[in-house]
Ligand binder design. Structure first.
Ligand SMILES: Cc1ncc(C[n+]2csc(CCOP(=O)(O)OP(=O)(O)O)c2C)c(N)n1
Length: 553
């Protein structure tokens, strides 16, 4: 074997440990490590902006369950990742971000910033490659920390250290000690929760991102059957209970009227990997004041942080659900209680969002965003992935587009940053190239990420970009209008996004009525590469859910 530099050993180590998809933007500070990853068997996907690369790795990780790898240049290469990095940190997405760094002694380098404090300030873990003898172990540690702590780890690679030769004896990481398993719940807390659940008349299981990350769907479904509980998810965990008769869908601002009626009737709420924040509870309204709340979370800090918990269980969602099943088994034999009934199942099935009447808006110039979404849902196959950006429009895909499971729902809104949806969708599409990925965006979010249309085309992805185009930052317009503020600064002249898509090499279609969707049906049947649907929606339609969102307190 020829001489191996630190960069080569870091890339080779990550590849050997299973690094799969790498998203990045090349500079001198990350070129060698990236090439070493590829030489080791990983696949590199070039983005057009480091923020895009990071959001792609986030979307890829959410859809695949793997650890996403990002590769960026030092200084500006890293600062460009920050918004997407904050989203990934808040969403607990495991990523390893390889970032060049200025040499410790290069005090006057243009690229110099405090990279460590920068990334820690947005919730990522800062780590570094220390030198030739530790390089392999440093790389292995970054992967391990990302996996264990469910967060992005930024591994700094100082460019002077990168080129140092690694002695033969240090080219492989020290043997891995087995990863500690996820935390198991305390038996007394499980017993207390089981007592509450077995005494419940109307139990509810409310699952969040923690349940998705832990892969707890099956255990929670069994727990629902065992206790007669109704099921619901936070917005980010949509799809976890897809297809189940007693799934109420999303709890929170996006809850159906029937869900909003039933959720506050629960007398015991089992919140699993869901922090019961003001989005999920509609500022507390969806949890009855007298309801007992059992909260399960891997982090002790999360217990009771947003909503008081009667019983707190620090533990992994899947393991805790299994422990609860065991505890309930001992207590109750085969008797299932709860409020499940064929009649309730029928009501739930007949009161989905698409069954709720609305007054059609649109006319010659505009398509009603609800009608558009329902029509798209009817055209699309069942096995799709949906990614949702941030903005007023985001209720529509959340209401009307169904996904087969929670890993097919990429809801990038933990940081509430507009503009991450397109790149996240690209990452999700890379993870599952055989099926259609829908990127639901506003026009504002589309313009913030436009350069990645070229990436989607270059990668030949089956991506349906649906732009709810109201020629405005609609969420801001609707909010400030009610406050009597001037809104012109948030409004724009019409833009031909379909033409912009075509200029990037994608297909593009402008939609003002469902009749304009014929090319979309053709593309779904046998299209290749991305299609952008520029749906001109009425800028004056304001969704009810926005009133919940903008309430303070
Ligand atoms: C990066 C970022 N910039 C600004 C905001 C403030 N903001 C919240 S919603 C919104 C409008 C988004 O517009 P668009 O994507 O067109 O969706 P719409 O609200 O019109 O449906 C803006 C600018 C934000 N959340 N994130």
């Amino acid at each position: 074997m020829g001489e191996q530099s630190v960069s080569k050993v870091v890339g080779a180590t990550l590849a050997a440990l299973g690094a799969d998809a790498v998203f990045g933007l090349l500079g001198s500070g990350n070129a060698v490590v990236t090439n070493a990853l590829v030489a080791g068997g990983a696949t590199y996907h070039a983005a057009r902006h480091e923020g895009g690369a990071t959001a792609m790795a986030d979307g890829w990780s959410r859809a695949s369950g793997g650890i996403g790898i990002v590769s960026v240049h030092q200084g500006p290469g890293l600062t460009n990742t920050l918004t997407a990095l904050a989203e990934a940190a808040k969403s607990r997405t495991p990523l390893v971000v390889l970032a060049g760094d200025t040499p410790a002694a290069a005090l006057r380098s243009n690229f110099r910033i405090d990279q460590h404090d920068l990334v820690e300030s947005v919730g990522a873990i800062a780590d570094r490659v220390h030198g030739p003898t530790s390089a392999a172990g440093d790389a292995a540690r970054a992967l391990r920390r990302a996996q264990l702590q469910r967060r992005p780890v930024v591994l700094m690679l100082p460019i002077d250290v990168q080129t140092l030769p690694v002695p033969e004896s240090a080219r492989t990481p020290p043997p891995a000690t087995a990863l500690p398993g996820p935390p198991a719940a305390r038996a007394d807390a499980v017993a207390a929760a089981a007592r509450l659940l077995s005494g419940a008349q109307r139990p509810l299981i409310l699952a969040g991102r923690g349940a998705v990350l832990a892969g707890a769907a099956g255990q929670l479904e069994a727990l629902g059957e065992r206790t007669g509980a109704l099921l619901a998810t936070s917005a980010v965990a949509k799809g976890l209970f897809a297809g189940l008769a007693f799934d109420l869908g999303i709890s929170g601002a996006f809850a159906t009227p029937l869900a909003a009626e039933l959720l506050p009737q629960a007398d015991v709420v089992l919140a699993v990997g869901a922090t019961l924040n003001h989005w999920t509870t509609r500022h507390g309204e969806l949890v009855a004041a007298g309801a007992a709340v059992v909260q399960v979370d891997v982090e002790a800090d999360a217990i009771g942080a947003s909503h008081p918990a009667t019983v707190g269980i620090v533990g992994d969602a899947r393991l805790t659900a299994t422990a609860l099943l065991d505890a309930l088994g001992d207590r109750d034999g085969d008797r299932a209680g709860g409020w499940r009934s064929p009649e309730l199942a029928r009501r739930i099935a007949s009161r989905r969002w698409r069954d709720e009447p609305y007054e059609e808006r649109g006319g010659e110039r505009y398509v009603d965003p609800r009608t558009l979404s329902i029509a798209l849902a009817d055209l699309l196959p069942g096995d799709i992935c949906v990614t949702v950006d941030s903005g007023h429009f985001m209720g529509y895909p959340s209401f009307y587009l169904d996904v087969p499971d929670a890993r097919s729902w990429v809801f990038v809104n933990a940081f509430q940053a507009v503009g991450l949806g397109l790149a996240s969708a690209i990452g999700a599409a890379v993870a599952r190239p055989e099926r259609i990925t829908v990127a639901a965006l506003g026009d504002g979010g589309t313009f913030l990420a436009l350069q990645e249309l070229e990436t989607a085309v270059r990668l030949g992805l089956r991506l349906l970009v649906v732009v709810y185009d109201d020629a405005a930052y609609g969420a801001e317009v609707h909010h400030f209008r009610t406050l009597g503020e001037e809104v012109a600064a948030a409004q724009f002249p019409p833009a031909d996004l379909a033409a912009i898509a075509r200029a990037c090499g994608a297909a593009g279609v402008t939609v003002r009525s469902t009749a304009d969707l014929a090319p979309v049906a053709d593309w779904i049947a046998d299209g290749s590469g991305p299609l952008l649907v520029d749906a001109k929606v009425d800028p004056d339609v304001c969704a009810d859910w926005l009133h919940h969102a903008f309430r303070t307190g």
